[in-house]
Every structure is written in C-alpha cells, then in structure tokens.
Design a protein around this ligand. Structure first.
Ligand code: OAD
Length: 234
C-alpha cells in the first residue's frame, strides 16, 4: 500500500515558554521581562528613534545571555520528530535554541537575536556571532545596524509563509505561548479541521477556540518528550 503517512506534516508554533526551562525569561506572567522593561521603551520603532542606545542595550543583554544557556529536553524532543515527520517550527522566539537542539526547519516570526540588519537597506542582514551591536556600527552602505527583530508596530514579514504552512498541518503543536500577541496568535487557529491539535502550557491560555485542542497543562520539557514519543509510535 502506498500513500502519505497519517500525521506526516507536523507544525509547531512555539513561544517564550519553551525556552523558560533553559533559563530564558518569558515576557508575561510572574518574572516576565515586561515587568522590568516597558515595551514602549525598548521594542518599538519609536523607542529606537528616541533612544537607540537603550534599545541596543536591551537586545545586547538578551544576546549575551543566549550564549550562557542550552536547549532543553523540549527543544531536543522536537528535533527528534524530524526522524519520522516533515516538521516545521514556527517560533515567536528570537533565541536560537531550536536550531541548537538540531531542528533544521525553523521560521522565526519575530526575527533573530543573533543577527543585525541595516537601517539603510533591510535586505542587508549580518550574523553577529554573539557580538554586541553598538551605536556607530554600520552596514557597507553606512547605515546604522539595528537588531534583526520585529518590533511592536512593525509588519511581520514571514506571516504569510507561516499561514500557508499551518494550513497544511496534519498535527499542530502549540507550545509555550500566551497567545496574546497578534498576528502570531492567529496562527494557532488556521490548521485544517482534520489536524490533530495539541497545546502544551502549564497555564492554559484563556483563549476562545482552544476547544479543538488536547491541552496539556505541563512544562514543555516534561510534556514534549512524551508527546513526541507518542506521535512517533503511532
Ligand atoms: P509570553 O511571555 O507572553 O508567554 C509565555 C507562555 O509560556 C505563558 O503562557 C506561560 O504560561 C508559558 N510557559 C511558562 N513556562 C513554560 C514552560 N516551562 N513550558 C511551557 N510553557 C511555559 O511569551 P510569548 O507568547 O512567546 O514579541 O510572547 C509572544 C511575543 O510577545 C514575543 O514573541 C515577544 C513578546 O512581546 C515581540 O517582542 C515582538
């Protein structure tokens, strides 16, 4: 008999919670980054115009921390899935822990912390390799470099590609996101009706539309190895 495997395309929508057990702070909830920093001060185009040094300091600190943490069992379990399935990870995270765990197909909806982009030409993107971005660091055209991230109020360039991917999911895993930031949160509700939908979060978000999901109220590093094992043994 031939034909596609059932559940052959697994799509993961991940958020800050999957990296929490690696030691990276989430944004909201107890201990979240947005308790210590105001979005308007560090994560908007206005903040960049007003005080670029403060914005750079915020992202430089996040980037330095990235080099002191490791992927956890949740990231690693998702990488294992590639042995049996076509897997696409759509992450809101700007860290690189999915890639460091071995996932090869990762779409960063909100950009990447370890890259810089020219303010003169947004197609000029540079690997930072852990280095800070400072005022005066420029691209070859002389434009100041900025973090290669999506700020509040900016368009999400990868959104349409992400929507197409979710619409072709056979399994959708939504992991570690409060589903409170749009348009990213909408992606959770675009999978076809036949798709199996699983949500992993110790605090299940109070979001309309989650009735179609199997909700696992556990930390990602605990739940994902089991979920992945189950999917692989079906
Ligand atoms: P949030 O900080 O809003 O939500 C993190 C979620 O992770 C919460 O629902 C927690 O309950 C959950 N969580 C905590 N520990 C967990 C664990 N060990 N395992 C699984 N889940 C856990 O983060 P995001 O939803 O990712 O955007 O936030 C979305 C966007 O808002 C971010 O990409 C960022 C932020 O502002 C920009 O900066 C543009």
């Amino acid at each position: 008999m031939t034909g596609a495997l059932p559940h052959s395309h697994v799509v993961v929508l991940s958020g800050a919670g999957i990296s929490a057990e690696s030691g990276i702070r989430t944004f909201r909830g107890g201990g979240g980054l947005w308790h210590d920093f105001r979005i308007e001060d560090v994560a908007t185009p206005d903040a960049w115009r007003r005080d670029p040094e403060k914005v750079l300091a915020f992202y430089n600190a996040r980037r330095r921390q990235l080099y002191s943490v490791e992927p956890n069992a949740g990231h690693r379990a998702l990488a294992e899935l590639e042995k049996d399935f076509a897997v696409t990870i759509i992450t809101q995270n700007i860290d690189n822990l999915h890639e460091r765990a071995g996932s090869t197909n990762v779409l960063h909806l909100h950009g990447e912390l370890d890259k810089a982009r020219s303010t003169a030409d947004e197609s000029l993107v540079y690997e930072l390799g852990g280095k800070d971005i400072c005022l005066g660091d420029t691209c070859e055209l002389g434009g100041q470099l900025r973090p290669h991230v999506v700020w509040f109020g900016e368009r999400v360039p990868e959104l349409e590609r992400a929507e197409d991917i979710v619409r072709r999911a056979d399994v959708l895993l939504v992991v570690g996101t409060s589903l409170s930031v749009y348009p990213a949160a909408n992606l959770a509700f675009l999978a076809p009706s036949h798709a199996r939908k699983i949500l992993v979060n110790p605090e299940i978000p109070d979001t309309v539309g989650l009735e179609a999901f199997e909700c696992l109220g556990e930390p990602a590093a605990q739940a994902l190895p089991r979920v992945v094992e189950e999917l692989r043994n079906r």
